[in-house]
Design a protein around this ligand. Structure first.
Ligand code: ACO
Length: 328
C-alpha cells in the first residue's frame, strides 16, 4: 500500500481578539481564574461577516502553498468541523473558494477529535491508491454556539482553522506510523450541543419537531477526568501500533483544551514539558482546529522540522478520542 507524507501546513484565525479582562465584563470571572485553571489568555472571535468556509479556505491555501501543489491537483478535501456554515456541509464551499475543481469534498463531525479522525479517514483513501493528494482541514467557530452568559463554558472556546496536505508517496517514505480511534456514546451527556424540538402540528395526526440547537453543555470535571485517563491510554496504543516508544517522540500535539490536561498527559507518558506543543494562551480551545493550528505555528517557526516524531491526540464531545503517530 502507498505511503503517506505530510507536505504542507497552514492556519488562519479571525483578527478580533477577546482577552480574559474583556470577558470579565460579560460574565463574572477573572484573568486569574481562567489562566490558572486553563492556561488561556486570549481567543479569536469570528464576526458575523466571517464564515467558517473562508477561514478554512485561507488555512488550506497556505498549506497548499507550502506543499507546492495547486488546488486543481487535489483529489480529496476532508473538513473536520462541528460548526459548518451550512448544515448540509461546508467542505464544498471550501472546494469552491479554493477552485479545487477535481476534488471530492465532504465534512466529518467528531468534535475536538475531528482532525485526528479526519487524518485516519483521509489515510484510507491514500493508502489504497484511490487518491493521491488530500487537503485535511480542521475548523470551528464555536463562538456561535456557546452561551455567552455561562461562565463555565464561554471562557474556554475560540475560533480558528488549520490544514495539512497529505500526499501518497512510495511506501519507503511513509510518515503516518499508526493511529487508534475511540468512541463512547454512553458519555454523550457530559458534553454535547443537541437539537431540542417541541411537537408542532403538521397535518392530520402528524406532528414534527420544531426547535433549534442549544448551546454547548459540558460537565467540566467529568470531561477533565476522562481526558487525563483516556488520552495517555490511546496514545500508548497508537505508539504500540507504530512500533515506537514514548522516548522516541519529539513532540506531544494534543487538542488544546486545557494546559493542565496537556501537562498531565505528558507526565503520564514521561515526556518533558518542553515537548508539549501549546498555543493555548493565545487561541483557547478551537475544537477541530486546535491541533493543525498549533502544528502550523510550530512548523513555521522551525520548531517542528522534517523527520520529527509527533504524537497527536484529540478528545472531546461524543465522547470521542483518538491518537495518530506521524513524522513531519
Ligand atoms: N470564572 C470564575 N469562576 C468560575 C468559572 C469562571 N469562568 N467557571 C466556573 N467557575 C466556578 C464554578 O462556579 C465553581 O464554583 P462553585 O464551587 O462555587 O460552584 C468553581 O469555579 C469550580 O468549578 P469547576 O467547574 O469545578 O472548575 P474546574 O476546576 O473543574 O475547572 C474547567 C473548570 C477549566 C472547565 C475544567 O473542568 C476543564 O478544563 N475541564 C475539561 C474541559 C475540556 O477539556 N473540554 C473539552 C471540550 S472539547 C470539545 O469537544 C468541545
Amino acid at each position: 500500500s502507498a505511503g503517506i507524507a505530510f507536505t504542507g501546513s497552514g492556519s488562519a484565525a479571525p483578527a478580533a481578539t477577546l482577552d480574559n479582562a474583556t470577558l470579565s465584563q460579560r460574565v463574572e470571572t477573572s484573568d486569574e481564574w481562567i489562566h490558572s485553571r486553563t492556561g488561556m489568555r486570549d481567543r479569536r472571535i469570528a464576526g458575523p461577516q466571517e464564515t467558517l468556509a473562508e477561514l478554512a479556505a485561507l488555512a488550506g491555501e497556505r498549506a497548499l502553498a507550502m506543499a507546492g501543489i495547486t488546488a486543481v491537483e487535489l483529489d480529496l478535501i476532508v473538513l473536520a468541523t462541528s460548526t459548518p456554515d451550512d448544515l448540509f456541509g461546508s467542505a464544498v464551499s471550501v472546494q469552491h473558494a479554493l477552485g479545487a475543481t477535481r476534488a471530492v469534498a465532504f465534512d466529518l463531525t467528531a468534535a475536538c477529535s475531528g482532525f485526528v479522525f479526519g487524518m485516519a479517514t483521509a489515510a484510507q483513501f491514500l493508502r489504497t491508491g484511490t487518491y493521491r493528494n488530500c487537503l485535511l482541514l480542521g475548523a470551528d467557530v464555536l463562538s456561535r454556539w456557546v452561551d455567552w452568559d455561562d461562565r463555565r463554558t464561554c471562557v474556554l472556546f475560540g475560533d480558528g482553522a488549520g490544514a495539512v496536505v497529505m500526499q501518497a508517496v512510495e511506501p519507503a517514505r511513509d510518515r503516518l506510523l499508526g493511529f487508534e480511534l475511540r468512541s463512547d456514546g454512553t458519555l454523550n451527556h457530559t458534553l454535547n450541543l443537541g437539537f431540542v424540538g417541541e411537537a408542532q402540528p403538521l397535518a392530520g395526526d402528524l406532528t414534527y419537531a420544531s426547535g433549534s440547537y442549544r448551546s454547548i453543555s459540558m460537565n467540566g470535571r467529568e470531561v477533565y477526568r476522562f481526558a487525563v485517563e483516556r488520552v495517555p491510554e490511546v496514545i500508548s496504543k497508537a505508539l504500540f501500533r507504530s512500533q515506537l516508544l514514548p522516548e522516541q517522540l519529539d513532540w506531544l500535539l494534543l487538542h488544546q483544551a486545557n494546559q493542565r490536561i496537556m501537562d498531565a498527559v505528558a507526565a503520564r507518558l514521561k515526556l518533558a514539558p518542553e515537548q508539549v506543543i501549546s498555543n493555548i494562551p493565545r487561541y483557547g480551545n478551537t475544537s477541530a482546529a486546535s491541533i493543525p493550528l498549533a502544528l502550523d505555528e510550530y512548523v513555521r517557526t522551525g520548531k517542528v522540522t522534517p523527520g520529527h516524531a509527533i504524537a497527536a491526540a484529540g478528545f472531546g464531545a461524543g465522547l470521542t478520542w483518538g491518537a495518530a503517530i506521524f513524522r513531519w
